[in-house]
Write a protein that binds this ligand. Structure first.
Ligand SMILES: NC(=O)c1ccc[n+]([C@@H]2O[C@H](COP(=O)([O-])OP(=O)(O)OC[C@H]3O[C@@H](n4cnc5c(N)ncnc54)[C@H](O)[C@@H]3O)[C@@H](O)[C@H]2O)c1
Length: 347
């Protein structure tokens, strides 16, 4: 995973398996009611579920790290989003049995330390699917119609209609890398049903077929790259997907094609992407994720600031919708309830 600066969703990626690595927590040592500390803002709905289930909930969104370290030993369950760093010291000095991440990525939680201390780590991998898929399609529309560029131009007092001839999504050949996954599948559904786009997929596993949807799959990533007008990436970050779209593969993309990345910055070789955009081989890139967040390297700042709408950039807002946050809060509360009941049915 690439280094990160911010508190946004993480990069040890959105795997359900990562959240299920714990062995059985020692619930037999617990007293009722279980004490839950929430150290990042989560939707009220999840808090209500926990309270109704009899948990004692201490909601302290924005809790400072030093304060967390001082009080964590009073709680059985800790709920965080991406902001709170749950490092090995916090875990070792606690009596936590469950750490709940309202969201997907787990790179703000020391999973090794959690495993060692037999702390269950739970997350909500399905919560952001619709939000990320919709942002992905939004970035495509922004690129094809240069919507942010048109907006800036008008606000600068320029009426440059003739420079803003765009493209339609309908009938475009769109390649989805990670087609069998949650977000890849939803992007495919939106594009096929809503836009009558011609979707082509690539994945390391074969997607389940959805009746009425296009699910043409290529045997190689290279084949997909050569055939598409727009390529969008929906794979987790891992050593295998680091620079998955490297200089050589980006070169295979059609001249004038577009790329969208809402997965993780380092899945695309950033400096190579910049080069292909500057040389005009690629027409545009829609990016919600970066090597560093916020970008700090010269090349990445240049990428963000390319002129004439060549890049459309958002600050890792894929999951930042009210609906996704609410789902995450409800899902994490339900998972914590289930996990605690699994081992201590009497609680
Ligand atoms: N921008 C955001 O705020 C935001 C929010 C949530 C998720 N995400 C990103 O979206 C990614 C996808 O999420 P998801 O819920 O769809 O995950 P998922 O696990 O449901 O799907 C990932 C898919 O990628 C496939 N895959 C893995 N390695 C591959 C490879 N080398 N080549 C081709 N396919 C490969 C898997 O087989 C799987 O089908 C996440 O890993 C995360 O990086 C971003």
């Amino acid at each position: 995973m690439g280094p990160r600066h911010d508190s946004g969703p993480s990069a040890l990626e959105e795997t359900e398996t990562a959240a299920n690595t714990s062995t059985h927590p020692r619930f037999e040592q617990l007293t009722s009611p279980l004490r839950v500390l929430i150290s990042d803002p989560i939707d009220e709905e999840g808090i209500k579920i926990l309270k109704d289930a009899g948990f004692s909930v201490d909601n302290q969104p924005g809790l400072e790290k030093s304060k967390l370290a001082n009080i964590v030993d009073q709680y059985d369950v800790l709920i965080v989003r991406g902001r709170t760093k749950v490092d090995s010291a916090i875990i070792r000095n606690s009596r936590l049995k469950i750490i709940g991440r309202a969201g997907v990525g787990l790179d703000n939680i020391d999973l090794e330390a959690a495993k060692e201390k037999r702390v269950a780590v739970l997350n909500t991998p399905s919560a952001p699917t619709t939000s990320v898929a919709e942002l992905t399609v939004g970035l495509m529309l922004c690129l094809l119609r240069k919507i942010p560029f048109a907006d800036h131009s008008m606000k600068d007092g320029r009426w440059i209609k003739n420079q803003l001839i765009g493209e339609e999504l309908q009938s475009k050949k769109i390649g989805i890398i990670g087609r069998a996954g949650r977000i890849g599948n939803e992007v495919s559904r939106i594009l096929t049903v809503g836009f009558q786009a011609d979707v082509l997929g690539y994945d390391v596993i074969r997607p389940r077929g959805v009746p009425g949807l296009s699910y043409e799959i290529t045997d190689s990533i290279e084949d997909l790259l050569r055939r598409c007008d727009i390529v969008t990436i929906h794979v987790p970050y891992s050593p295998q997907t680091h620079n998955l779209l490297n200089e050589a593969r980006l070169r295979l993309m059609r001249k004038g094609s577009y790329i969208v990345n809402t997965s993780r910055g380092d899945i695309v070789e950033g400096p190579a992407l910049l080069k292909h955009l500057k040389e005009g081989h690629l027409s545009g890139a829609g990016l919600d994720v970066f090597h560093l967040e916020p970008p700090a390297d010269t090349w990445e700042k240049e990428l963000v600031n390319l002129p004439d709408g060549a890049t459309v950039v958002t600050c890792h807002i894929g999951a930042e919708t009210r609906q996704a946050q609410k789902r995450a809060s409800i899902e994490i509360a339900e998972r914590i309830k289930a996990e605690s009941q699994r081992v201590t049915p009497a609680l």
